[in-house]
Design a protein around this ligand. Structure first.
Ligand SMILES: *Cc1c(COP(=O)(O)O)cnc(C)c1O
Length: 444
């Protein structure tokens, strides 16, 4: 069996036609016809609201149509950075950000000299806990006398956050929301695509995301005016003179016309990719439902919220793209070899180790997945299956040890028990059966 990866890039075959066109017309620069067309394709995609929304938003008589604009950039991280800049974030400011995430959600806050304030998750979606968010806003205002400059919820593994509650709180305090939907391209809340609820929405086309441009990202904006402002900062903030006149500090963050050509090709398979990820998730759920001690992370249903009736999301539709399928292992589950977990210092870091040039100095840290989770990862690896722990919460990362954090133990406890399983377009039904068999044979 060839190695099964978490999420491999998958080409439609049309990418090369768009790239060839770029070469033939000599548009080998960070702008051009492919960039403009890719933006139009993305706008068409994000502005479409699925009719299922009408069943939950009962007061609406007409189908909602959105009119969001999209700016293509060199990376999702660049999109986070420019969104923060556009929200006026600068030295001494604070930004409220989901702790349970990849570092690209929070690092750009630091680039701007601001301080990330980490917010823990709730159990239903694994994303930003709205109750904790409001508590943090009140406490930051009381402690610093200043209102935080932005709120960044993250669609972890594609799962929608409780965006209705988050927007309601954000609006009440007048704080803009930057949705980090880098992992959630095509995920929907009440039928509406993530990234279109907040002031800004971040998308990523890195090599392992739902679609890829090899590397790239985009920012969803409200209108042409906001889009132009982002474009200005993405292209070195040049003023309109016959020579280079600079009145602001800008960045070199525009997407290349070659990468956008890949993106246009990828847009032709985006719906297929989303359907495939959802299918793989369903198959895992079916095959693992009788396996004691392993629980798949699924879209929350109204019943999941019934114990907490004040939640306005109690009748909302969560529709994850299942970028990665994730499960949790009961701490009591006995996995073969767990007594040997973390005995050796790891030499090849997670994620193919691209750019990992530092050697680990210890085999363990003070916050890591349980031994049975690490043993399962090792067992799957031996069966040529790539599996990975969940993101380690940012408030537990040494680099952020001095950042304020509002915690409830949820992300830390999920990190201890969670595992990401392969989910991309190359994962076949046979692969899922093989993976589930490997999981079963690793359990005592
Ligand atoms: C991938 C990702 C990003 C953006 O990353 P880029 O690699 O710069 O495109 C941002 N946030 C999260 C949560 C991500 O997973």
């Amino acid at each position: 069996m060839d190695r099964i990866y978490l999420c491999l890039a998958h080409m439609s075959g049309k990418e090369q036609d768009f790239i060839k066109e770029a070469f033939d017309t000599n548009w080998v620069v960070p702008m051009g016809p492919n960039v403009n067309a890719f933006e139009k394709d993305l706008e068409h995609f994000v502005n479409k609201v699925e009719p299922e929304a009408e069943t939950t938003i009962t007061t609406m008589t007409t189908t909602t149509t959105l009119n969001k604009k999209v700016v293509c950039l060199s990376a999702g991280t660049a999109a986070v950075h420019l969104a923060l800049l556009a929200c006026g974030v600068g030295p001494g400011d604070e930004v409220l950000v989901q702790s349970f995430t990849f570092c690209a959600s929070s690092h750009p806050i630091t680039y701007l000299g601001a301080t990330p304030v980490f917010i823990d998750s709730e159990r239903e979606t694994w994303n930003m806990d709205p109750d904790l968010l409001e508590e943090a806003i009140k406490d930051r205002i009381a402690k610093t006398g200043k209102t935080p400059k932005a709120i960044i919820p993250v669609a972890l593994y594609g799962m929608p956050y409780q965006i209705d509650r988050i927007m309601e709180i954000a609006d009440r305090y007048g704080i803009p929301v930057i949705e980090d939907a880098a992992e959630g391209l095509g995920s929907r809340f009440n039928g509406q695509v993530l990234g279109t609820f907040g002031k800004y929405g971040v998308l990523s086309f890195n090599g392992n995301k739902m679609i890829t441009t090899s590397g790239g990202g985009a920012l969803v904006c409200d209108d042409e005016k906001d889009k132009n402002e982002i474009l200005f900062y993405a292209t070195q903030a040049r003023e309109s003179y016959p020579y280079y006149q600079h009145e602001h500090i800008g960045y070199n963050y525009r997407m290349s016309n070659i990468c956008a050509g890949i993106g246009r090709g990828q847009m032709t398979v985006l719906d297929e990719h989303i359907a495939h990820h959802k299918h793989v998730q369903e198959l895992y759920c079916e095959l693992l439902k009788d396996v004691k001690g392993i629980t798949m992370h699924c879209n929350p249903t109204p019943a999941d919220f019934s114990s907490n009736v004040q939640r306005s999301t109690s009748n909302a539709t969560f529709d994850s793209n299942f970028w990665l399928c994730t499960c949790t292992l009961d701490p009591d589950l006995k996995v073969k070899g767990q007594e040997n977990a973390y005995k050796k210092v790891i030499t090849g870091a997670v994620g193919g180790a691209a750019g990992v040039t530092h050697a680990a100095s210890t085999a363990v840290t003070d916050c890591q997945p349980n031994a049975n989770v690490e043993a399962m990862r090792v067992a799957l690896d031996a069966a040529n299956i790539e599996a990975r722990p969940l993101w380690k919460p940012m408030h537990k990362q040494p680099v952020y040890k001095n950042a304020p954090a509002y915690t409830n133990g949820v992300s830390e406890s999920l990190f201890a028990v969670g595992l990401c399983l392969p989910a991309g377009p190359y994962v076949t039904d046979d692969h899922v059966r093989y993976i589930v068999d490997a999981i079963k044979s690793a359990i005592f």
